[in-house]
Structure formats: structure tokens, C-alpha cells
Write a new protein. Sequence first.
Length: 848
Amino acid sequence: MNTPPSDSISDNEHVLAGVPEVPHELNYADFRQRLGTTHRHTMELAKALNVKLSSVDKARAQLDIVMRVANQPATRMQPLPADSIPLDAQPHTRVVTDTIGSTFPQSLAGNSTIVTWQIIGSKDIYVTVGRDHSANSSWQGFRTFARDAGLLVHDNCVSQGITIFSDGGSEYKGDFATACAHAGITQSISTPHKSSSGQQGRAESNNGVVQRQMRVNFQLAAPHFASFKLNVLEYWDFTALHSARQLRLAHKMSAGVANRQQSHRALPTHFGGIGTVHHPRGGPERSKQHKQLAERAEPCLFLGTADGKYLMLSKTGKVFHTMDVIFYPSAHADVLQSDTSTTPPATHTNGTLPSISTSTTVSPTTGVRDPSHALVPLDDGIEDASTDPTFLDADGAAVHVGDSVNVEWVDVGDVAGVVTAIDVEGNMFEATYDDGTWEHELDDFGPHTHLALATRVPTTAAVHPSVAQYVSTRGDILPDVLHGRTQLPDVAIPKYTRANAPKEPGTVAQALAHEDAIHWLKQMVIEFQGHVNPDDRGPTFEYTTDASAGDRPIFTKWVFVYKFIGDVLDKLKARMVAAAWGQTQFVDYIESYTGTAPVSDLRDLECIALLLDLDAFESDLKMAYCHVALPPRPDGKPTVLTPAKGTREFTDEGALKRYNLNQAIYGLPTSGYALARELTNRLLNRKLKPGQTRCPFPMKQCVTQPVIFIAEFPRDHKFAREYFIVWVHVDNVRSYPSLPCLQELFMDWFSSQYTVTGGRVSLRSQPPQACLGMEIAYSPGVVTLSMPAFIRKLLSEYGMQDCNPALTPLVPGTSLSAADAPTTDADRDLLRIESTKCTSVSLRHMPK
């Protein structure tokens, strides 16, 4: 059994022996097949290497067809951000990883999984293959990736400055998580069941890029494997490793890091290309039972490179790891450039290889095809796609260069653009928008993390009659309405419960078509007015027609939610946020750290408040992030948002108005850090700006939990020996005073600095309210913490809404006795003291 090597190709790969000097003029078909790229990318790489390609026109059309067949349906690719900071200059290394599918049919080498890896900030994608879907296999893959990528990893360390982003699957738990903990490596888990975004979206895009390259290599290698009576699909692990090498080498060539000689050494032929392997006398490749003393040679198929040598597959299925190989011009190139004037055009019917999927099953005795099925003879009657390239939109209408189209950005809406280029064989087209030119796939219209082609005439739900007069023919809210100059009618809030409330809209268009459209519209106007015309601060943004900084535009997204108190609807809420999932640290922002407020701390504080007889209050900052200035980008450029469809405004000349941000806003990674720093400074009376009023209490930040603050009054203070504790969770502030006047003084100051709701009425006199998913109910001497909404949801998921509750949550056999209770005053005091210490020790606060 032959095991494929690790995915290793270093930036300074050793020179391979036996390879002739590369000429400055190369055959187009041979060069393109080695890289497995589109025509346009092939020509760009040739220009970067100062190589002249010959016989382009004869081979291009056929290779276009071969590669299009290999990728039908196409796998979407998400553009990766350009390298902005050298890896060795980054203070923290972030690695994104994902497993392609679940498991593949076992290869002849015994592998069944493919995992992609990438260091954020680098374009290089690495691949590792494994024998199973286990956590141990994933850890071994990470070590292999680290070695190949030049990433130093210690087995035991307190902290290595490495974070691994994954979807949190089972292959990243258990042994993998334990090894990461020992090595001081941080794991960041994305939510695998939601629409992909952020680093997980990047990982899935890497998977798609690798799979697309694999399909190209499968298609090119199929005829040679078939002529050897071998099935190319049984060598998918070698294909995956080689595909990643091709992608990395192409990036190096584009960047001018790899020259012609290096590219030829790394890719002497395409995957599955034929070369003659020389077996010297007494060499390790010779069978011990072989009686011939003379040297011999045999044709083999190219599977890739490893450790400075070629991997060559013989007809017997043995893989040789050798440098002694002579490669010949690609058989594909020979066929494509042969005289086909006497050959009737062939119809490509049986040449499509199965797409990579976890359900594909391959047996050693099936799947072998005639090589002619995988080659398409040159047809001189094929029209050159470059003369008038077209593609079909979702309605089946032909789109030409120069046509206007609408492209749907998921969760944002339709964006109008003009098609400026169509690359048929690459299955891509370019469209130019107000903020730049973007590439899209031709024939895939489903929802995705990045972009999807929409119909030429957007198909959106009709605007609800209650708001039709307030919406333009473009589907945007009229400016007079959006800016509050038009009075909207007062309509009573619907009487929903959690059980019968309709689904919340996901976009502005859905909100304007919703049965509660008039309510959503009113909330949008209130939210927008809070940005453009606030009472207690400057506007969140200024209008501009300039595009956003960075490689990708930042759109606004509107979030619509029903707010409940208990099971009864309290209000509707609309919030404008930035869809900034693609931002990268040290490129788009510097810091995003914020303290966390776990449920355990909230439980501790409630217990302390009960034991010390403290009151409880809760206040909320309205549009909290917008109270702080947006931290500057590392490059000093402004942060500009593109409004979502439905809230767009235009100048008299027809230019789109964008938002040049002055203040922080929900959705930007740095906004949470800016707000946390602002609140901390204000509570501690630190770094006050002119005109800012000091907090009336001398507050001290908790050593172990930075979101908790405790007033420390001097001994001669009038509130000496009184308690005032503040707990901050983003825009939610809970306070626990021992005297009502303490809360009054605090709120007088707090509400004078920010727009605040609540905080004046004790929670003990109000109905039960939720915080961090817990419903907190107060009664004399008792606080009850429960999670009814979570319990109902959990029971509903398992169809157990009507089940009978358990008589007791205690484990069977557990008994409680009154004899266990303390019987003396001293014992009762001791229990009280110990209980107080237990609940407060994590907060570094000891009772007085």
C-alpha cells in the first residue's frame, strides 16, 4: 500500500536533478495543463514569468471545454484578501481550517478525509489527508501543515500566539482540543449550522477552490489512468495534495516569487502526465526477486512532488519516489495540436468525471474508461468564445458584455452593475459597480456566503399596501419618510405571543412586504433618525459618494426582531448594522477585545445581592456603540458603508450616497472594544475628555472579571461600608446598590452622559425579566433563576412539549433531611459566611 506524502512544497524548494533547462518559449497546452488554470490566468502567469506561449489558438478552445466539463456545476470561489502584512510581522498567527465533506471513499493508500488549512493573511492553501475523521488525525494533519507552512509549533507551551478557527466539529474536539491546550493554542469555534460567514466562510471557500482544482486534474489525468487500466478516482488523495501545490505555486508566480525554472521543476507536467522512470541496477526501486542485472525503465504517471523528488505511479500500482525521470510533452498537447481536418467532430457525452462528493463509491474493477471519452478532438467549427461571449442568467436570458445586471449580495439585497468581461472557460464574469470590479460565477444562483447571480429583473415580494405610498419604484424608502419629515400613522402594536408571532424579516425588502410592514417601517425611521439626528452626540456618519477602503465593500444590514417580556410581545425593534464579516485584524482594524459576561458571574452577583440585601436595577444604553468614536483603520483611510437596498439615497446626479463613519456601529469588530474602553474609562474616571463629568463614586475594576466594577468608599465617606456593584454586558448595565439613593445618584450621572432607558425602577418590583437567556424573578428573600424559553425550545426540538415534568430534578436515591441543617446560631452564621465566600471569591470581593 502506497501512502501519499504530506503536502510539502517550500518557498525555497531544492533543485531537482535531471530536469532540462526551461526554454523561454513554451507550448501553451503543456504549460496550462501543468497549472490547471483558466486561459486568462495562464496568460497572466506566462507574462509574470516572461514566457512566450506557442500554439495558443489551436489548443485553447479544447482545453476550455475540458476544464468547463470538469467543473459543472461550478464550485463558487470567495476572493481572499490580498497579503497586507508579512507573516513574520504579525504578532498573532491565525489559522483557518475545515474538513471537505465528511469522509470520501477510501483511497488505495487508505485515506478517507481531506482537510484544508490556511494562515490568515496568506493566499497559500494547504491540504492534508487522513485515514479517518478523528480528532487525532486532525492534529497530525495540523502538525504536517505547520511543518509545510514553516509555522513553528511547540508541543507544550503556555501560549504560542496561534489561534485555530474551525466549525467545532468532532474532528476538532477530544484529542485535538487536548493537544491544543497543551501547546497553548487557542481554538475559535464558528457556528456550523448558520449561513457561513467570517472565518468559516473563508474555510468553505478554500474547500471549494481545492475541489475545483481537483476536478480539473481528474479530467486531465483520466485518459492516461485509463490507458494504464487504473481508476483516477482511487488516487484522489494524491490529487488533493497536488492541487494545493498548484494553487500555491500559481500565487508565487503571480507575485514574482517563483521563476520559470522553479515552476518547471515543481510542475514538470500535468497531473497524470507520462514520464519514463529509470531503475538503475541495485536501486531500491528494483524488486528483490528481479533476476535481470541490466538497467531498465518503465512509463509511469506523475502524481506530484515530495521532498524534492517526483511521485510516479507504475502500471502495477506502485508509487516510486525518485528524481530519475524523463518527462515528455503532454499527450493532451499532442492530440490537441494534431491535424484534425480529417477527424469528424466528437460530441462530449461521456467524459464528465463524477464530482467530488462523500457519496461517490469507486471499486478497483469499475470506472475505467476508454481514453477517447476524456478527450475532445479539436473542432474548427467551434466559435471563438472571445468574439461575443455570453452566459445565461437565472431566467435563461443571454447576458452580453455591456449589459446591466443585478447581483444579489446575501442578506443585503440586489446591487446593480455592468458586465465588463466574460470568461466562459473560466466560468466567471466581471461586473463593475460603484465601488469597484468584482468576479462572479456564471451558473450558480443559490445563496452563499459571498455573491450569487440574481435575475435580470429582481424578483422581490410586493410591498405591503400599508407602506406602499412610502416606498419608491426602486424599492427604497422615500427620503422624506426615512428622515422623519413625513408623519407615519399610529397603529396599535400587535398582540403576539412567542407561539404565534410571525417569522421576523431578514432584509429590508422582506420587512416592507411583511404583514407588520408599517411597524417595521416606523422602527427603521426611528433607528435611522438616531444615526443622522441624535440629541446628545454628533451624527454616526456623514454622506459621501466615495467607495469604501479595503478590498471589499462593507454593506449595511438591517436586523428585525420581536422583543418579548415573558411570552407577551413588548415591542418591535429594527437595527442598522455593518455586514463586516470579511474584515481582517491589522488590515481593517487593530483591536477587537472585549470582556465577557458569563452566566456564572450573573448568578454569583444575584446570590451576593440576596445575601447582602442589595437591590437590583437594569439600564440600557440606546444605540450604545454610536456613543463612541470609531477607532481609526491601520492605514488611516475612512470606513465607508454602502447602504442596503431599501434605504438607498442618491444625489441629483444619480450617485449613490454612502456613509462615512464617525462613530462606532454594530457589526464592526472594533466597535465592541471601543465601547468597552469608553465605559471602563468613564466608570474609573480615567482619561476624561473636556466637558465630561466624573462618575460620582470611586469605582474599582474587578481584577479577574473586567466587566464588574465595585465602589470603594473611603472610611470617612458618607457612604462608607455601603455597597454599589456594576455589571456591564455590552449595552446592558446592571447595578446592585445597598441604598436607593446610590442608584439615584448613579443614574443622574449616567443618563446625563448617554441616552439611557430604564435604571430607575427596582427589578424587585417588576415582573420577571430575562438577562443572558435567564428569567430572573424576585420575591422577599428569594431570587429564582430559570430558563423557560430555552426549555420550551429544547422540548419542541425533540417533540416533547406535552411531556409530564419530573417530580424532582434530584438523582434517584438522593435524600434530603432537616437534620442536615445547622442547628445553632454559630453554625448558621458559618454557613452564611462560607456561602458568601463561595459565590464571591471568583470576583475577588470579600464581604465586609
